[in-house]
Design a protein around this ligand. Sequence first.
Ligand SMILES: [Zn+2]
Length: 432
Amino acid sequence: MVRKLDWSKYFKIEQHKIETFIKTFGAKKIYAMGLMPIRGPKGFRKLDYEFAEKGLNVVEIMNKLEEAHFNTLGIVIKDTDGACTWDTKVGWNPTNRDILGEFCDEGKDMSIKIMVSFTSMNDAFQGYLHPKRVSVHGKNGENFGKKYVKGDISTHEAYEMRVDLPNGISYNDYKRKIPFLTEKKDEKFGKARGTRGTGYIPTESFMCPNSAHINYLIDLIKEVVKNYPIKAFTADYIRYDGHFTDLCACHRCLKKFKVKYGDKAKILKGKDWIEFKTDTIAEYAQRVQETVKNIDNNCLTGWYSQVGPKKLVTLKRHGQDWTKLSSILDISVPMEYPYLAGTRDDGIYWGLIGNLFYWYFIRNMKRRAHEYRNPVLGLTNSVECNVKEMLKQMRGFDFGLGIAVFKYFGTSNEQWKALKEYAEKEIGLENL
Ligand SMILES: [Zn+2]
């Protein structure tokens, strides 16, 4: 067995923050499983409202989690498509179900706590509905072979999700339900991370974080925190689109930037621009924090942290300043998915790629852990890797508070067995 790292010397977190975290979840160690209701019954490459509506069995899921000793369920209540899977008056819910409500009801008599994950800037449906709120390119460029020019909105083909037409439903009929679906299809399955999905390609849109999209998100947050007994509200995609360095150059952002830094300040590059981007994301974090706490002071807030090189990626591309964001919100959730880059199951080469990423992710966290100011819960994957790789990640990225695993559907039977054993032997039943 891999020896567990002692992460305590790398992190500098105040004790009272850790105590609040433990008190809220009622356990010293979190053992969380993630669920993405709209991504179908297998992995996370599909967008599948049919399954969310008719196939998703809440009772079965909760029983299975209890059986494997999970003490927390993380539900992605709003994914990158933009669907709001609760009883909403503000948002768009194509599933015809109150999925969050059903889980909360079922969880009442169980020891499983509910935390929710809320996709923020990335929202395909809002991008379709409000193209003027989508981020704007500041330079000419190319994406997936498609050219765009300065001033274009950055709605483009989705990287991850693909759509299969349900039996007996035509493309045109389905496009009425999913208005951001394109006619283009990915037929071939590949082994590299970006080429594993097959089916019709939807678009995706990263919304401008200085647009009215933020007010829309805040209204949704109010609805969720008011109406559901959740323990934590975590914001995902609390960032810019990492595939580009020229977002967002819309009139709103440029105006705001010039007011703060002057007419001569450099846009799209340099220190001022990066500070502007990270401040913009931090302002949204501040609004999330205030909105949640005004309604329920005991509900924890959190954010998903993109891991990678500090200057070139997390600051410049994503606009995520770890210290700023972790000083505002209650918990940080770094996404540690090295084996999504490659798994031994696809051959020796892909196994080596995965191992290399694992080594890099550990080293990167050792170097950057001190940037966090709040408790850190590592999130890793069970999908698209084998039992050995999954366990290695779970041990490696437990920073002291337990581990969150992504995701329920797509975890093999063999992995479920290993997850149960891990709970018993390594999380400790006193926590479960
Ligand atoms: Zn903008």
